[in-house]
Ligand binder design. Sequence first.
Ligand code: URA
Length: 446
Amino acid sequence: MSTLEIPVLIARKRDGGELGREQLLGFVAAYLSGEVEDAQMAAFLMAGVIRGFTRDEAVTLTEALLDSGERIDLTGLRGPTVDKHSTGGVGDTTTLVVGPLLAAAGCQVAKLSGRGLGHTGGTLDKLEAIPGLRVDLAPDELHDQVERIGLAVAAATQDLVPADKRLYALRDVTGTVASPALIASSVMSKKLAGGAQHVLLDVKAGSGAFMEDIDEARALAELCVQIGEAHGRRTGALVTDMSQPLGDAVGNALEVGAAVEILRGERSGRLRDLSVELAAAMLVLTGIEPDAARARVDQLLGEGAALETFREFVTAQGGDPAVADRPWEVLPAAPIVAEWRPGAGVVAGFQCRRLGELAALLGAGRQRQGDQLDLAVGLEVLPRIGDPVADDEVVVRVHARRQEDADRVLAELDGAVQFAQGSVPTVPLVHAHVGLAGDPSAASPA
Ligand code: URA
């Protein structure tokens, strides 16, 4: 790319113009080679955040990111290859339930997961609460494990979409994260590089989500689906509620224990319901079970087939398989458990992000990349919006390493949970289905 052309392309975006495919691919390639400087890329990104990118630009941007690194080759696997991705939330442990469910249903689940940052949790951190479990699988190990048992969950290597790592770091410090096209291309480039033919996105909306507004979350979901389809993958999305923690547990070992209890048929609630909904949507997307997906998923949970797959998966990745039988004996536990009983009322709302931050403050999450976690600590948030609470009822349990940490969090809970007198409507779990072929009602909760 000529150095004269670079300012012209930035100015075109500043003035609301569209860049052609070759121009955009060339611009990103020039950034990676050092020809386009950080300041120029930041100016371009800011222009795009303010002016917007077209759908074609988002598709091309995804291609540019994808082309920057390696791709995982999942060809040769016997069943449909699938990947599920959540945009991040609080108490959101669906992968540990959905992965085994889908593998038990005949899908090949090669899941590249991330670590938590800020108020959101990450699957890799949660899995590391299981003694011995490794998440650093080499690409051929990942492939072999999926071939053998249908499920592997691993960290993405440095070689996967390196351009996204550079661009994301730049966006993080230049106020340019919040663009649907930039988020969608960042997310989808990693999903496409992961190699699965079927991609299901769980786009969160609400006070604990990246996109608080439901319509904005739906627009992001639609763009992700368009990008996936334009790159030849069957892609669907659900827009789901994150105005309150999904499961009761917020914290690594606590969330693993909750997921195991769901797989064992011992726990109900919104985390179970959304896991079933996501697994059913994926069975519709793959065509494995277009008409009775939900019934099939319920059956796999009820028969214990998903629990057996989870046990095989834990064993294959070096973890203690007894976690599937006696989770609370195997997982690390915090020495202090303090209870919060705020008095009678009806739960009117949560500062969901704040609850995630409080769990992170206890040590369950990172303030900075590279921080060491305390896998045992966290919160249990027991009621949901619309639930009545009795005078002496426990609303939150704080699992802490030290009494002073528990006291600090207890003192902040007042600001994170709102109560009302009188009735408060419950919040739907799923706001929208996007791009899901077949009969979505077959995959919807009753
Ligand atoms: N998650 C991603 O992977 N990328 C973004 O840009 C935002 C959230």
